[in-house]
Ligand binder design. Structure first.
Ligand SMILES: CCCCCCCC/C=C\C=C\CC(=O)SCCNC(=O)CCNC(=O)[C@H](O)C(C)(C)COP(=O)(O)OP(=O)(O)OC[C@H]1O[C@@H](n2cnc3c(N)ncnc32)[C@H](O)[C@@H]1OP(=O)(O)O
Length: 719
């Protein structure tokens, strides 16, 4: 609702009330219309102030209403009637004004923001554009380049930046509503003509065509197939080149296309999925509601390789005291230098002081005796990790949480080496750990809810998107990656090239195709693991068994590349060629094409034409099928957990909502039918055999993704 009251004898105060963010749902919109009518028709009222309850101005349109019949007054006429009012209307912005909330403020004659408030037009992140005249008013107020930046990125800016841009008129350090009321009284009687933004001429831009062409080109390169950023540019262009009324018409047309698009649905799903996963739960019912964390003041990182360095930096930048331990002399010296550089660069970017004094370096484990939490980041070797956990258990004070950054290994085996296995959890960071947003928090069978709560809390403090998952090989992310990568290799054997496969995946929207990722992360990493697992045969093996291991299809292509010393970017040669070792510019390599032809000839494989569609179906449906198995096994609590992991950790295009949401969009019966087809053609590839949960969901009428958790409960109860 919106509450109306008369304050200071002459100011009509309209307070938006719709917790938690005062979104502009139908009831609020009705409330605003009624309140404005009251204020404008009351002769005692000389000016109007609009604010939000509980220190929050407005979080925008009610996203939960999208996809419903959206009854209630529309926003544009509401904002026009505010702007046309003959009494000054002032927005008092506390907390934040986002999307429709900022558009409401732009319809007012004046805007006063609290110094801690933030504002922004984040519609693009929901697959939309600011279509309550925001795309037309903002450029008129702050100019085209600044408006383009805010509207195409959706970034939230501080009150100080908003003031500098001319987006707000004043910043208040204390009671914003009182300040706004006084301000409203002070401007009574002043002409409002110059305050109505829709009457403004857009500040002229030299070479407007060149500017928009350049911006459009940049957006096309970075948006990876997302349509909303492009529509945002088109809408701002309309503001820059057309009269307000025509610009508004263009904004409406663009919004109509976006509003019903699958991309908007996917992005809005991601918005809510991110919030669902933050309310983690364990199969035993533990969650935030039942388990509180414990404050962590001092943490330790063990092992200062690439991951350990990033983790230490992330912790220090968050304000934790860190003991960084590395026992090998050379690595220790290199790490100290590297971490210092990372902290300096981070400080330069954030404008904060580099957190050098937060880190103490040591080559001795005894230095961690008093820490509250340890993150082990030594080499991915179970024997080594077990030894480290035994030492940690001896050295650390009782009650210290012991976390491992393993990306695949069994948490429980490490926990078994300690005196308090309930304090052991996985904290799987993604490289580079101080940059990447995702954190998989892995609970083993003995991990206590408190330990999970502590890791989730720590992740939140570090600005990570943390997802709690169960313990299995590869957890969620890497477990699903395996069948995807297997398919990519099998497609090479059948006639594809690395660039054909990568192009299909990148056109789909992945940040990088499978083979570019291999080259980036190093082919030797997987080779080492496969050797330890006994999968690697010299020369790839021969005869029929060369392409079979442990009874299932295996491609030795990656092993053969490593035998040639082609480890990827670091050696300047991998699935692509690079100008020099360490270079990132991947070029197709004729050597690889010949290598693949020789391989096929050796194994009697006849190359066939492979379409982009087949690449997508084989790679993505195999991965999705594993996702269903993960749900079936109870490793992830729901499809949202999987999707958020893929969007934030694996370059899955957000406008496609994550693999499980994508399966839901494609249609589960289609996914099932294609998997059945591929499984029949490849009986030695068990990951293509459709899993039970998928079959059961299809048999029960393919419920929408919002109902999968319920359906999963039924499946679990039948097991
Ligand atoms: C055919 C053509 C039709 C054309 C029709 C056109 C009609 C539309 C016209 C205009 C459209 C305007 C577009 C918009 O305004 S879209 C919304 C833009 N706003 C946003 O994107 C802001 C989203 N919210 C946030 O970024 C944050 O929530 C923030 C406001 C910064 C607060 O953050 P924080 O304090 O961390 O809190 P949470 O994010 O956890 O949120 C708390 C709960 O509030 C729910 N929430 C937040 N925002 C909204 C919202 N706008 N609508 C509905 N619900 C919202 C959020 O989900 C949390 O609840 P829960 O935990 O239960 O999920």
């Amino acid at each position: 609702m919106a509450q109306y009251s008369l304050v200071s004898g002459s100011v009509g105060l309209i307070t938006l009330k719709n917790p938690p963010v005062n979104a502009l749902g139908a009831v609020v919109r009705h409330g605003i219309v009624d309140s404005v009518e009251k204020a404008l028709s009351d002769p005692k009222v000389k000016s109007v102030v609009i604010c939000g309850q509980n220190g929050m101005f407005c979080g925008g349109a009610d996203i939960k209403e999208f996809g419903t019949d959206m009854k209630g007054p529309p926003l544009i006429p509401m904002f026009h009637s505010l702007e046309a009012a003959n009494k000054p209307v002032v927005a008092a912005i506390e907390g934040g004004a986002f999307g429709g909330g900022l558009e409401l403020a732009l319809g007012c004659h004046y805007r006063i923001a609290h110094s801690k408030a933030k504002v922004g037009l984040p519609e693009v992140t929901l697959g939309l554009l600011p279509a309550a005249a925001g795309s037309q008013r903002l450029p008129r107020l702050i100019g085209v380049p600044a408006a383009l930046n805010l509207i195409t990125t959706g970034r939230h800016i501080t009150a100080a930046e908003a003031l500098q841009l001319g987006l707000v008129d004043q910043v208040a350090d204390h009671n914003t509503v009182d300040t706004a009321v006084k301000f409203a009284q002070s401007v009574v009687g002043k002409s409002l003509d110059s305050r109505r933004i829709s009457n403004f001429q857009c500040p002229p831009v030299p070479n407007v065509d060149v500017l928009f062409e350049e911006v459009m080109q940049k957006i096309r390169q970075t948006s990876r197939g997302a349509i909303a950023p492009i529509a945002c540019v088109q809408a701002v262009r309309a503001a820059a080149t057309l009269p307000y009324k025509d610009g508004l018409q263009k904004e409406k047309e663009l919004m109509a296309t976006l509003f019903t698009s699958g991309q908007a649905r996917s992005l809005q799903y991601c918005f809510f999925a991110q919030r669902v996963v933050s309310r983690w739960s364990m199969p035993n019912g533990a969650s935030w509601d039942t388990s509180k964390g414990r404050p962590i003041h001092k943490a330790a990182v063990i092992g200062l390789g690439t991951m350990g360095r990033g983790i230490a930096v992330a912790l220090a930048q968050t304000g934790f005291s860190v003991v960084a331990v590395e026992t090998q002399e050379k690595q220790f010296m290199d790490a100290k230098k590297a971490v210092a550089g990372m902290l300096e660069r981070g400080a330069k970017r954030s404008g904060k002081v580099a957190a050098h004094d937060k880190i103490i370096y040591s080559q001795n484990l005894q230095a961690i005796a008093d820490v509250d939490l340890v993150i082990e980041a030594v080499f991915e070797d179970m024997a080594l990790k077990k030894r480290v956990f035994r030492q940690l258990s001896d050295v650390c004070k009782p009650g210290t949480f012991l976390c491992t950054n393993t990306s695949t290994l069994d948490i429980d085996q490490m926990a078994a080496e300690t005196r308090q296995p309930e304090l052991v959890v996985g904290m799987h960071f993604f490289a580079p750990a101080h940059v990447m947003k995702l954190l998989e928090v892995v609970y083993g069978p003995r991990s206590s809810p408190e330990a999970v709560a502590v890791a989730m809390q720590l992740g939140k403090k570090m600005g990570k998107v943390s997802v709690a998952v169960g313990n299995c090989r590869g957890f969620v992310g890497n477990r699903m990656l395996k069948p995807y990568r297997d398919q990519a290799y099998f497609l090479l054997e059948e006639g594809a090239t690395p660039e054909l496969i990568d192009q299909a995946l990148e056109e789909f929207g992945f940040a990088m195709g499978a083979f570019k990722v291999y080259d980036l992360s190093g082919l030797d990493v997987g080779w080492k693991v496969r050797k330890e697992e006994g999968l690697v045969l010299p020369g790839g093996g021969s005869g029929k068994s060369a392409r079979i291991r442990q009874g299932v299809r295996y491609s030795p292509l990656g092993d053969l590349m490593c035998e040639e010393g082609r480890f990827g970017q670091k050696t300047g040669r991998g699935w692509y060629q690079y100008d020099k070792p360490g270079s990132r510019d991947a070029k197709p390599d004729p050597w690889v094409h010949r290598f693949l032809e020789d391989y096929r000839a050796r194994h009697g494989l006849v190359a066939r034409r492979i379409s982009n569609q087949e690449v997508l179906e084989r790679c993505l449906y195999a991965m999705i099928n594993e996702g269903f198995r993960i749900l079936e096994d109870g490793i992830a609590a729901g499809p949202e957990d999987i999707d958020i992991i893929y969007v934030f950790g694996y370059g899955w295009p957000r406008h496609r909502g994550g693999p499980m949401f994508y399966a839901n969009m494609v249609g589960l019966p289609i996914v099932l039918e294609r998997l059945e087809h591929f499984a029949q053609a490849n009986p030695d590839v068990p990951t293509l055999q459709p899993c039970n949960l998928l079959r059961k969901l299809v048999a029960s009428g393919s419920p929408p993704i919002s109902k999968w958790r319920e359906a999963m409960k039924n499946v679990h109860s039948q097991l």
